[in-house]
Structures are given as structure tokens and as C-alpha cells.
Design a protein around this ligand. Structure first.
Ligand code: BGC
Length: 476
């Protein structure tokens, strides 16, 4: 232990060069603590995913209940994304000022209130209001939960901790697809929304039993509480040295950070990497496929609604969950870059194949359904072990402590904004240039993304948050 203390103290004293900062969080968390952090992140992710997935099944019932047309339905579908975009900006502020835990509690409360309004809505405007409130909660959680996980995870397992968030998103989507199937029917939609409140209540309970982030406590001038939490996280013998490491990293920064610090030239590189990943994750088409897979399968020759729903639930929903385990297994072993590079190659090739299948189906007929199905499965696998989890992991580890909450919020809001645009304009783009070219466009974005990742995105595996932060100063 004396060794660790010396190593930590030496790193802190130097206040900066990469490699000098040790991990403030002990390498092995006590089981109950690790479980509590994971419970928070898994429930927050499930809430996000359920919300993404549930709407496709609920829409039919909503249309029947209120006899509304396509525009109203589009608003019911997409305004949750708008709510989430604003929620993530607000979430960053709340997470920085009031703490990671309070932000998560606020998210849970908003989500439960939004779900109740949706489930009981007497008309469409009230339903849309409920979607906005729930979306706001999703946005707050989408910032606070991965941030919390990144700050509480031991360095060598950080990728795995934050990827559990992505796993939970995919589980939420899959569960929502299953609930949609089970409750399909005229009035099932109210229950579909009501069920989502359960995730919110469970999240609130998990947060109440969790520890606040020691990094946030130090940042806001509560070193004694931070020390207590470090001890509870397993640092009985070297809490002071670990505390010193956090303090030193914060001292190396400005005392107080403002919104303009997020955009300050010295942090431009991490800002661009986070924003680049946030946009790339969406413009390569994932949510066009998550939201519209039923219609894509219909266009590819799956004639009955039952066949389309089954293809969506299993080929998209279940494959998405299972493939995320690949990331959990390899993100800390191989690193972020190899996963991103391999995934983007798989995504580009499979999207090109979907485009090709659509182009050929017009000419020769038949066969396109199978090619599309196989290609979409390859696409989902490739996304699920790369851009899905790696985006959230890197957004939450690359920013310096002084602006972390707000910078994560900006990147998350940009991610939701891009999701809103892609899902909102997918059908319009298909109308304008046809299915084949739309998928080739997504494939082209993958190729551009691949080049950008190859030349511009550094590896962050096995480096503490403080080391990553110091590396921007050193120009690494
Ligand atoms: C993305 C979501 C997407 C989901 C699919 C997430 O990482 O942010 O927009 O729906 O992955 O699994």
C-alpha cells in the first residue's frame, strides 16, 4: 500500500504529464458497491431504450383512440427526442451543480410523471406534453448515468461499466418490442406507457442507495464526504493519497468553469472528438433502422405484419442485445479504436449490401428479403460492438473534470438532435432519392467516419480520467 501511496503522491505532485495520475477509484470495488453503480446505470439505460422501442407498438392504438393523422403521430413519436435533447443540456447543469445523484433522482421523477401523463392522456396535446416530460427525464438520465458510471468505475473496467449502459439501452428496446407484441390491441398503448414508470421508480430506489461521485464531491468543495465515499469504495488504506490525486487533477484546471470553458480552445480536441462520435453514431443510420425496421422489412419482401414484427424483434432487438456483450468483453482488453474500426467496416459493407439488395429487387424481384435480413443483422452486430457502446464510453471519459458534466451534456444533446433529424427525415430522403441511395449514403458516412477515427481518435483504454485530461494539455 505504501507503494500506491508514493505512486499516487508522486503523480499528484507533478500535476499533469500523462501517466502521472493514478486511478482515484480502487481497482476492485466491494461487490455491493459495484452492484449499486451497475444497478443505477442499467436502470437508466433501460429507461432510455424502452422509450426508444415502445412507440412503434403504441402508435396503432394512439391513432385509433384519438382518430388522428400522420403529422400528429410523427409529433407523438419524435417529440420525446426533442425533450431528451433539452433534458440532456439541463442534465449537465444539474449534474455539475447539484450532483450526479440528484440529477438521476430528478430524471427518475420526470420519467415517472411523464409516463403517468402519457398513460392517462385524454387527448393528443396532453399525450405530447407527457412525451416531452418523459423525454426530458430520459435526456437528464442519458447525461447523468454514464457520467456517474465513468467516475465511479475503476480505470481498467471503465469501458465495461459504461458499455453496460449501452447493453441496458438495447435490453430496454428489446423489452419494449416484446411488450408491444404482448399488449398489441386497441387499448394496450396506455399500459405500454404505464409500464415505463416502473423503470423510473426502480431507478429512484437504486440511486437512493448509491454513493455520490467522490470526484464531484471534491470539485464542489466537500473533500471529507469524498474521502468517506472513497473508503466505502474500498480505499481504506490509501484514501488520502487517492483524494490528493483528484485534487491535483482539479488544481491543474481553472477554479471555476463556465459554459464558455466547454468551448475553450484548449479543450477543442476532446470537444470535437465527442461531438464527432455523437453525430457519427446517428448519421450512419441506427435509428432509421430501429424505428422503421418494420417498413424496411415490408419493402424488402416480408409481406405479413407478423413476419415484419418477428424480424424486427429478433433480428434487430435480440441481436442488438447479444452483440453488445462482444463490446463488454473486449472494450477494455482490445481498446476503443479496434472496436470502432472493425465495427465501421462491418457497418459500411452491410449498408452497401442493403442498398444493393434494394437496387436489384426492382430489377429481378425476390431474394432481396433474405439479403436485406442478413445484411441488417450484420449491421446491428457491427454497431452493437462499436459505435453504440464506444460512443457513450468515450464521450464520458475524454472531457476534463472542470467541464465534464456540461461537455457531456453538449455531446449528448447533439446526439439526440442528430437522432431527431435522421429519424424525422429518413422517409423524406427515401422518397427523394430512393431506398438504395439512402443506404449508400449511410454507408458513405461510415467510410468517412472510419477515416476520421483512424487518423483523429486516440485510444483511451487503461488510462485514468486524470491521465486522459493531462494528455490534451500535452497535445497527445
Ligand atoms: C444510441 C441510440 C440507439 C441505440 C440502439 C444507442 O447507443 O444512442 O440512439 O437507439 O444505441 O441500440
Amino acid at each position: 500500500m505504501a507503494d500506491t501511496n508514493q505512486r499516487i503522491a508522486a503523480g499528484s505532485a507533478q500535476g499533469g504529464p500523462p501517466g502521472a495520475f493514478p486511478d482515484p477509484v480502487p481497482e476492485r470495488l466491494p461487490f455491493a458497491r459495484a452492484a449499486s453503480v451497475l444497478a443505477v446505470i442499467v436502470l437508466a439505460g433501460a429507461l432510455f431504450g424502452y422509450d426508444q422501442g415502445v412507440i412503434s407498438g403504441a402508435l396503432l392504438g394512439v391513432r385509433k383512440a384519438f382518430a388522428v393523422g400522420a403529422t400528429a403521430l410523427e409529433i407523438v413519436t419524435s417529440w420525446v427526442t426533442l425533450g431528451a435533447m433539452f433534458g440532456s443540456l439541463g442534465g449537465g447543469y444539474v449534474a455539475d451543480h447539484f450532483g450526479r445523484k440528484r440529477a438521476l433522482l430528478a430524471a427518475a421523477a420526470l420519467f415517472v410523471i411523464g409516463a403517468a401523463i402519457e398513460a392517462l392522456a385524454p387527448n393528443v396535446p396532453v399525450l405530447v406534453f407527457g412525451r416531452l416530460v418523459a423525454g426530458f427525464g430520459v435526456g437528464v438520465a442519458a447525461v447523468a448515468a454514464p457520467l456517474y458510471a465513468a467516475e465511479l468505475a475503476p480505470t481498467t473496467q471503465r469501458g465495461r461499466f459504461v458499455s453496460s449502459y449501452q447493453l441496458a439501452i438495447t435490453l430496454g428496446i428489446f423489452l419494449a418490442y416484446l411488450v408491444d407484441q404482448a399488449l398489441a390491441g386497441a387499448s394496450g398503448w396506455r399500459a405500454m406507457f404505464a409500464i415505463s414508470a416502473v423503470a423510473g421508480i426502480l431507478l429512484a430506489l437504486a440511486v437512493l442507495t448509491a454513493l455520490e461521485s467522490p470526484r464531484w464531491l471534491v470539485k464542489t468543495g466537500r473533500p471529507d464526504n469524498a474521502r468517506r465515499n472513497l473508503v466505502a469504495l474500498g480505499a481504506e488504506n490509501d484514501a488520502d493519497a487517492r483524494l490528493a490525486a483528484i485534487k491535483a487533477a482539479l488544481r491543474a484546471e481553472h477554479e471555476t468553469a463556465s459554459w464558455s470553458d466547454v468551448f475553450a480552445p484548449r479543450w477543442r480536441r476532446p470537444l470535437m472528438i465527442g461531438l464527432g462520435l455523437a453525430v457519427l453514431q446517428q448519421i450512419t443510420g441506427i435509428n432509421a433502422i430501429i424505428y422503421y425496421s418494420d417498413s424496411i422489412f415490408a419493402a424488402a419482401g416480408f409481406t405479413t405484419p407478423a413476419a415484419q414484427t418477428a424480424a424486427t424483434t429478433w433480428a434487430i432487438g435480440a441481436v442488438n442485445v447479444l452483440s453488445t456483450f462482444i463490446a463488454i468483453a473486449f472494450i477494455d482488453r482490445l481498446g476503443r479504436r479496434p472496436l470502432l474500426i472493425a465495427g465501421l467496416i462491418g457497418m459500411a459493407l452491410s449498408l452497401a449490401a442493403v442498398g444493393f439488395a434494394f437496387e436489384q429487387s426492382g430489377k429481378i424481384g425476390g431474394g432481396a428479403g433474405v439479403v436485406t435480413l442478413v445484411a441488417l443483422v450484420v449491421f446491428i452486430i457491427s454497431f452493437a460492438f462499436s459505435l453504440g457502446p464506444v460512443t457513450w464510453t468515450m464521450i464520458n471519459e475524454i472531457y476534463p473534470g472542470e467541464v465534464r458534466g456540461r461537455a457531456v451534456a453538449v455531446a449528448t444533446a447533439v446526439n439526440w438532435g442528430a437522432a431527431f433529424l435522421v429519424s424525422g427525415f429518413f422517409l423524406t430522403v427515401v422518397d427523394a432519392i430512393g431506398q438504395a441511395y439512402t443506404f449508400w449514403l449511410f454507408a458513405a458516412f461510415c467510410v468517412l467516419g472510419l477515416i476520421w477515427v483512424y487518423v483523429g481518435v486516440p485510444e483511451t483504454r487503461h488510462r485514468s480520467l486524470e491521465e486522459i485530461q493531462a494528455s490534451w494539455r500535452a497535445g497527445a
